[in-house]
Ligand binder design. Structure first.
Ligand SMILES: Cc1cc2nc3c(=O)[nH]c(=O)nc-3n(C[C@H](O)[C@H](O)[C@H](O)COP(=O)(O)O)c2cc1C
Length: 147
């Protein structure tokens, strides 16, 4: 079972914290969408897409790699962090992978420190997140994915 995670985590490295917690217990290939224009994903059985939420979506670099490089009929999962909880943050990435007939295994999202725009004035929202509990939740989620 080979797994790759394609991620973007630039605001505060919040999403990367979840990934690092998972990487402490499991082996997978990590691909930074900010450093890569395209990737070869054919060899992987499971592909995770991970991102901070930017304007209610996964970052465009992750969406673009999914659009360009996700082979058809793969098993995929989503990991994300957000400043304020709201439904629909995985809608756009789900739409992209569905076009590739992907099987969506599940998703895990949690808060992540957000100092964007006016939130900076109050020291940010979702302070202290991802917390240890959030990271543990991400590890449990990963461990529960079907192999
Ligand atoms: C430009 C920008 C736009 C954002 N848009 C949203 C948003 O629409 N909804 C939300 O809940 N958080 C939003 N956030 C907050 C981030 O999703 C949150 O801080 C996330 O944990 C960042 O992840 P990262 O550190 O892995 O990049 C935004 C942050 C930035 C910098």
């Amino acid at each position: 079972m080979k797994t790759a995670i394609v991620y973007y985590s630039q605001h505060h490295g919040n999403t990367k914290k979840l990934i690092d917690a998972i990487a402490a217990q499991y082996e997978f290939t990590l691909i930074d969408a900010a450093q890569t224009a395209s990737v070869f994903l054919e060899d992987y059985d499971r592909i995770g897409f991970a991102s901070g939420v930017y304007y209610s979506k996964f970052h465009k670099s992750v969406l673009q790699i999914a659009e360009q490089d996700l082979p058809h009929n793969k098993a995929v999962f989503f990991l994300y962090t957000y400043g304020a909880k709201k439904d629909g943050y995985t809608k756009s990435i789900a739409e992209v992978v569905r076009k590739k007939s992907a099987r969506i295994l599940g998703e895990f999202g949690c808060p992540g420190l957000d100092t964007f725009g006016p939130f900076k004035l109050v020291g940010g929202i979702a302070k202290g997140h991802p917390s240890q509990e959030d990271c543990d939740g991400a590890v449990r989620f990963y461990g529960s994915l079907p192999s």
